[in-house]
Design a protein around this ligand. Sequence first.
Ligand code: HAM
Length: 424
Amino acid sequence: MTKTSSFTAPKGVPDYVPPGSAEFVAVRDGLIRAATLAGYGHVELPIFEETALFARGVGESTDVVSKEMWTFADRNGQSYTLRPEGTAGVMRAIIQHGLDKSAQLPIKVVYAGPFFRYENPQAGRYRQLQQVGVEAVGVDDAALDAEVIAIADAGYRALGLTDFRLEITSLGDDTCRPRYRELLTEFLERLPLDEATSRRAEINPLRVLDDKRPEVKAMTADAPLMIDHLSESAKAHFEQVLRHLDALGVPYVVNPRMVRGLDYYTKTTFEFVHDGLGAQSGIGGGGRYDGLMAQLGGAPLSGIGFGLGVDRTVLALRAEGKPAGDPSSCAVFGVPLGEAAKQRLVVLAARLRAAGIRVDLAYGDRSIKSAMKVADRCGARFALVLGDRDLAENTIGVKDMGTGDQWQIGLDEVVAVLSAELAT
Ligand code: HAM
């Protein structure tokens, strides 16, 4: 008796399968490419790290740490957490490998992969999410902030995305943030906040400005804003970043109420927002985190980076009706008519692949009609049809799947002819 599988992917975890997975790959690779064009080197880091790294790095008051971590103990009772984000792990690796001491600054890295947050799943909000991220560590230069932002902007645009906006603000630095925190705390203490919110405000008062509940939003409408209390140097830095963005032609809107979901941010902070996605409109975000390296035990180096949501960028492209990636699985599809033809086509396919041409074959003794259907479904531009008579004459039939034209060529010409045809 056959049993149907009742297994499904874990709740809130998307699968990407062909042909739709081509969009995912195009988005991920397109965003990575935007970073490698600017000199970012690839890092491949663990999917899980010691829990304390995220508690200390990302911040205890954040939802990410307080509610959303996938935490487990190993067999020795050591607590580990599936990475909820990439920045803390990159800092850990930079410190561990001594890059903060030896490398030329800034250290510029790019990463891509899955991250894990125990969220309430909904469209565009997943428990396993995919990001492409960059981090540039060790130089506090407004031009570097602008570079990081421009990479994200260029990455999205290269994919064809247009209906998004960049929101940007400054969260201040060591010299102005403590005073602003006091001001905000004084303001919040006068409000009738519930107990849980007051507790959050004690750990990080900025978090309350991020509260999505309408009653809390209304109460905090007149809250003091960081941007009005920046130190001279933080203000100058922010103005320089905006000037660079103007020069680069990267459009932005200043949003002084922006609060990011992670605690490490200082100075420049930004989010890319897409209006075609409903509630989960953030397609990417990032900012400076000048105290993070030191907080994790490294050299006191500044840093800036971003995380771009690959899943949400795929959804945003779909919302704009922009196809991304090539869903075809091959350019050439071989159809053997008989055993001898199959043997020959298998070898021919290998030769074509060695020449860089994507080739698939009809397996399992299909009729020519059903094989042609498969050729069509996998998006092939040409079908190669080989029968016993062709073999005897040392020729092969070529069919242009677009026009329906068919012609015979010599078997030893196939690689040259198809290379030339596919180059056009
Ligand atoms: P983040 O804003 O938490 O930043 O995440 C970056 C992006 O990941 C979001 O803008 C969103 O597109 C995507 N994302 C986050 N959570 C989910 C989810 N549950 N489902 C689908 N997509 C999601 C960071 O993670 C920082 N590490 C970015 C950074 C790097 N800042 C400085 N360097």
